[in-house]
Design a protein around this ligand. Structure first.
Ligand SMILES: C[S@@+](CC[C@H](N)C(=O)[O-])C[C@H]1O[C@@H](n2cnc3c(N)ncnc32)[C@H](O)[C@@H]1O
Length: 275
């Protein structure tokens, strides 16, 4: 046991992980209530035999749990790889989890192939390029894959799809936390990438201005609007072919625009602005 105690002193831990009966890594206990619903959701998902990607894996709390639940392969990426996980926890557990130093923005299907389950907890609100990152995640998901997403949600305006993106000291957390979708903003954004939100669970009954939310989602490629996808991701003819452009606009946007403007104008927070 003393070797273990020595090892625990050598590293900095974020996650609290049991390394021997009754012996835990000295991680950040304050974060445990945020992680508990993710563990809970993970245990309800069909993990056995699945390929799992844990984005922002830190010390590997969710990676090791996925392995315990029978995942066929678990890959973790983090743009600040945890020495505690790589040098101590993985060997200590004789784990097959593989961790790589990688920014989500570098992730491509060629790196590790596609996955049946992506765990994306505690990372989205840190991202400066959230839409692009979500698209990259979608691109490494198999059809029908699950996305287990935990993030901070902006809870003040609920009717319109919003992204609150405070910089520096204006962040409700700290300066690296710059991306706070409201629930509609995140749900609609995910759907536009073909990812359907199946369940949501707020941590604190959706306190203002920001609460944490755990979401279980599923990638359904049929949800993707192929014309929009080409417009955003590739090349298109909607600007040069006016007829096609008009048909496109009236079908997907013009009819909804009035609704949107009305919703924004009527929502209480916006009423106080100049009008
Ligand atoms: C708040 S911790 C969350 C750790 C763990 N996922 C959890 O929920 O307990 C955020 C982790 O995401 C990593 N991270 C932040 N931005 C990232 C990015 N762009 N690409 C990969 N990892 C990132 C950080 O280094 C850190 O380890």
């Amino acid at each position: 046991m003393s070797n273990l105690t020595e090892a625990l002193k050598r590293y900095t831990f974020y996650h609290v992980i049991e390394v021997a009966p009754g012996v835990f890594t000295p991680g950040w206990k304050e974060a445990e209530p945020i992680q508990a619903p993710v563990i809970d959701a993970l245990r309800r998902l069909p993990v056995r035999g699945k390929r799992v990607l844990d984005v922002g894996c830190r010390d590997g709390l969710f990676s090791f749990e996925a392995e315990r639940l029978g995942a066929s392969e678990v890959i973790g990426i983090d743009n600040d790889l945890s020495p505690a996980a790589v040098e101590f926890l993985i060997p200590h557990f004789a784990s097959r989890v593989k961790m790589h130093a990688m920014n989500i923005l570098e992730l491509r299907p060629d790196d590790f192939g596609k996955f049946d389950l992506v765990i994306f907890a505690g990372v989205l609100y840190h991202l400066r390029y959230p839409f692009h990152a979500l698209r990259l995640l979608r691109d490494v998901m198999n059809e029908g894959a699950a996305l287990l997403l935990e993030t901070a949600i902006y809870t003040v305006h609920e009717d319109a799809a919003l992204l609150y993106c405070p910089v520096g000291s204006e962040s409700p957390y700290e300066a690296t936390s710059v991306t706070f979708f409201n629930l509609k903003g995140l749900t609609d954004t995910l759907r536009s990438f073909g990812i359907n939100v199946c369940s949501t669970r707020y941590l604190n009954g959706h306190i203002a201005p920001v609460d944490r939310c755990t979401m279980v989602c599923e990638f359904q490629p049929a949800l993707i609007d192929e014309e929009l996808r080409r417009y955003w991701d590739s090349t298109h003819e909607l600007s040069s072919n006016l007829e096609a452009g008009q048909a496109f606009l009236s079908k997907r946007h013009a009819e909804r625009r009035d609704d949107f403007v009305r919703t924004v104008r009527d929502s209480s927070g916006f009423k106080s602005g100049k009008s």
